[in-house]
Each structure stands twice: as structure tokens, then as C-alpha cells.
Design a protein around this ligand. Structure first.
Ligand code: GH3
Ligand code: MG
Length: 434
């Protein structure tokens, strides 16, 4: 292995002596000469050097000063320095070692001794550089999710901490988008885990393509991703989220066995300034809650946190309404009674539409959001008799209109199946719908 040497000495005869030894050995590729410390430092800036051999008595600076300056040069501070002197005291040597010199040779010396030491120092330098390279690689992979190549959860957590501090100091809004693939388990179960993996990679790529300079995407785990948007307003983060949602919704992910595989995502957004939230866990929890709301509404949509416990679902824009509603809604214009079991009172409401998932209706009185209610629905049975069926549900949304309220009730998981008259009405509407 050949190497490059920088020789710094004010004595031309001593330079010639060392140069002669190296030239004869055939070990050296390039040998650069400098008659002063300043000239030596200048050469270092422009040339690749593996070893510095220096006489401590320089014309413009002392050897210790030279070592001091070298220590401040980030790309060169690790270069081995071999000092050659005829009269250095032990105290001087100790100081030089402290300042980073690696070896000391006293004149007169045998040529072989110089060569052995030079070779040893160059070997140590390449071991150091290799180690450094591996550490950098390890540091990088420790932050990366191996499947998708995005940052991992650990790196996200560290970055969130830093971004919250920056957001507090510079008073900007930090938006955290929690993204989850819709019904991914079904895709995975029907097409297999390796196709699932491929789809996760594809999605990661598409998310990355939409990022700006300071934004970044991480895999939070499973089919969940987080995108962080520092210095992004609520409106800005909604716009980006909608773009992400549309990109995923509109593009073909995979064609396999004659089937076109499409994916959709739901997104929960928490956009707050660092002074409003107390920790990175809190902003993650809020975006996760928003994501939950988006899933509840029917997936392939976005929910944004208005405050820590209030969420607004944004309907998808443009043509992308494919999977917005989980269930088709059918007109259902009738009067129903809504009973709050705790209050033990009922409200008369006017139903507008119905689906397998729930009911939308109007009423004069407000009904508490998120409350469990019973809805009494009157329908005629096969014998032409009017009968009441009681369906359990949760108030999912409430809107205040001019002098009345609109609200949506979500049926408790599939309990509609236990109500033959309601079920029959929906099935009939389904059959008749175009
Ligand atoms: P939802 O719309 O409610 O999110 O429904 P979902 O089916 O996507 O449910 P959920 O997000 O809870 O399920 C995540 C699924 O993602 C479970 C598992 O089958 C799949 N999954 C998680 N990690 C991996 C992975 O590394 N590779 C693959 N192929 N699948 C994964
Ligand atoms: Mg999912």
C-alpha cells in the first residue's frame, strides 16, 4: 500500500535526507515539501495526505503551534504527525503528544526505523478512518426503517423533541400527520405478506416524493406513517395531507394476477405551536385521535384537531370520493325518537338518510356529541302494522344550523342486523337504488 507524505522542514538538507529514504523504499506515491508551517497547512487544504513529518523548529511557528492549528481543522485533525528532532526535551515531547502528535523520532536515526514508524502510522490512520466510516454507517442505519428506507420511530421521537423546542423558540406551528393505510390487513391477508411489504415500500416512496426541504416522513410502525411539517399552518398541512391522500387514491400500486391493486389512506392532523403542547407524545396522541375520527367517518379522508379534543373531518376534494363513505346512504324521511338513557328524556328528530352504518337527522334540541343514545324507529311490519324498533348508537357529529341542529348517529357495530324492519328497509332501498 503506497501513501502520500507531507514533509515540513526549514532545512533543505534534512528534507532531502528524508525524501531520499522514502524514494528508495518505493513506499510513497506523492511527497509534498513545505519549508514553513503556513505552507504545510496550505498544502493540506488542497492535497490528499496520509502522513505529516515535521521538524518542530519551523521558521514561522513552533511545532506545538502547528499541532494546535492542525487540531482545529476538522478534516485533518486525525492525520498522523511524526516529529523528527535532534534535541527535543522530554517535557516538549509530552506536550507534543498531548496536542495530537503520534510519534517522535530523534536524530540520528536509521532509515529502516523511519520507514517502520511511517508505515505503522499510516496503517493506524486507515484503521481509524475505516472505523469512523462504519460508525457513520451505523448511526445512519440506526435511524432508518429497513423495509421502507424512511426514518424510524426512534428518530421521529428525537426529531419531534427538537422540532417542538424550535417551534417554542421561534413561535411557529408544527404539524404532525398520522397516516394509516385503510383496510391493509385485508390486502395482506388476501395477497400475502411479501406483496404487503412491497406496497408499504411503494407508499413510502410516494410520501417522500411530496415532501419539501424541512418536512420528513417516518414509519411509525406497521402500516402507520408520520409526516412532520415544521413551520406549517393548519391550512398548509391540510393542503399537503389532501395531496398525499389524492396521490395514493389515484395511483395504481400494483397489478397482480390480472388484479389492479389500489390503496387509500386516512390521515389525522395535529398542528400546534410548541408552546401549546407539552410533549412529543401529546402531539402524537392528538394526531392519532384525529386519525381515529377519519377512520370512523369512512376512511380515505382527513381529520384535523381543532383543539386537543375536538376534531373536524375534511371531506375529500375533487373527484376522489371513491371510498369516502363506507356505506351507501339512502333517503329515510321519517320522524324518530332519540333517547339519552342517562337523561331519561327523548327528542323528536327528523331522519334524512340511513345506511348500514347509521342515520343522519335534524332536531330542534341539541344532542350531546359522543353520547350513547337509543333511536326509536317506526316502520310497518309485513302485516301492515306500525312497529317501533330500538337501535343503539353513538352521536358522531353535531352541527348547529339556523334554528335547529343536524347530527349523525353511528349504529353500534353491526347491531342493525338484529333489527329486521330497519334492515329490510335498507335492503329494499339498496335493491331499488340505481
Ligand atoms: P384500518 O383501515 O382500520 O387501518 O384497517 P387495517 O386493516 O389497515 O388495520 P390496521 O391498521 O390495524 O392493521 C395493520 C395491518 O398491517 C396488520 C398487518 O396485517 C399489516 N402489517 C403491519 N406491519 C406489516 C409489515 O411490516 N408488512 C406487511 N406486509 N404487513 C404489515
Ligand atoms: Mg391500517
Amino acid at each position: 500500500m503506497k501513501f502520500n507524505v507531507l514533509l515540513i522542514d526549514r532545512s533543505l538538507s534534512q528534507i532531502d535526507e528524508v525524501k531520499g529514504i522514502f524514494t528508495q523504499s518505493g513506499m510513497v506515491d506523492c511527497l509534498y515539501e513545505a519549508s514553513s508551517g503556513t505552507q504545510g497547512l496550505e498544502i493540506l487544504k488542497n492535497k490528499e495526505v496520509d502522513l505529516i513529518i515535521c521538524n518542530p523548529a519551523l521558521s514561522d511557528m513552533d511545532g506545538l503551534q502547528f499541532l494546535n492549528v492542525l487540531q482545529t481543522m476538522p478534516n485533518h485533525s486525525h492525520l498522523p504527525v511524526l516529529l523528527i528532532s535532534s534535541d527535543a526535551q522530554i517535557e516538549y515531547k509530552a506536550k507534543a503528544f498531548e496536542l495530537g502528535a503520534q510519534d517522535f523520532l530523534t536524530r540520528p536515526f536509521k532509515p529502516e526505523e523511519l520507514l517502520i514508524r511511517a508505515k505503522n502510522l499510516v496503517r493506524l490512520k486507515s484503521t481509524y478512518e475505516e472505523l469512523h466510516r462504519r460508525i457513520r454507517e451505523l448511526e445512519k442505519t440506526a435511524h432508518i426503517d429497513p423495509l421502507t428506507g424512511l426514518f424510524n420511530r426512534k428518530y421521529l421521537s428525537d426529531s419531534l423533541k427538537t422540532e417542538l423546542i424550535r417551534s417554542r423558540r421561534y413561535r411557529f406551528t408544527l404539524a404532525c400527520l398520522m397516516i394509516d393505510i385503510d383496510n391493509f390487513k385485508t390486502v395482506n391477508d388476501s395477497l400475502g405478506h411479501s406483496v404487503g411489504d412491497h406496497l408499504l415500500k411503494e407508499l413510502a416512496q410516494r410520501l417522500s416524493h411530496q415532501m419539501r426541504g424541512y418536512d420528513f416522513a417516518a414509519r411509525y410502525g406497521g402500516d402507520e406513517f408520520v409526516v412532520l411539517l415544521p413551520q406549517s399552518s393548519k391550512g398548509g398541512s391540510l393542503a399537503l395531507a389532501e395531496r398525499l391522500r389524492q396521490v395514493v387514491d389515484s395511483e395504481l400500486f400494483l397489478e397482480t394476477e390480472g388484479k389492479n391493486i389500489h390503496l387509500t389512506i386516512s390521515i389525522g392532523i395535529a398542528a400546534f405551536s410548541g408552546s401549546e403542547v407539552s410533549s412529543e407524545e401529546q402531539i402524537l396522541t392528538i394526531s392519532d385521535r384525529a386519525l381515529y375520527e377519519a377512520k370512523q367517518v369512512g376512511r380515505n379522508c382527513i381529520a384535523i384537531a381543532e383543539s386537543f379534543d375536538q376534531f373536524r373531518v375534511e371531506p375529500p376534494k375533487g373527484l376522489y370520493r371513491r371510498n369516502y363513505r363506507k356505506y351507501q346512504r339512502y333517503p329515510f324521511l321519517t320522524t324518530v325518537k332519540v333517547v339519552d338513557p342517562q337523561m331519561k328524556e327523548y327528542t323528536v328528530a327528523y331522519a334524512i338518510n340511513i345506511s348500514y352504518g347509521g342515520l343522519a337527522m335534524y332536531a330542534q334540541k341539541a344532542i350531546a356529541e359522543k353520547g350513547h343514545v337509543q333511536v326509536w324507529i317506526s316502520l310497518t311490519d309485513p302485516n301492515g302494522k306500525l312497529r317501533d324498533e330500538r337501535v343503539e348508537g353513538v352521536v358522531r357529529w353535531v352541527r348547529q344550523l339556523n334554528d335547529h341542529y343536524g347530527f349523525g348517529i353511528e349504529f353500534e357495530e353491526l347491531n342493525i342486523k338484529d333489527h329486521p324492519l330497519v334492515l329490510n328497509y335498507i335492503q329494499e332501498a339498496e335493491r331499488l337504488s340505481p
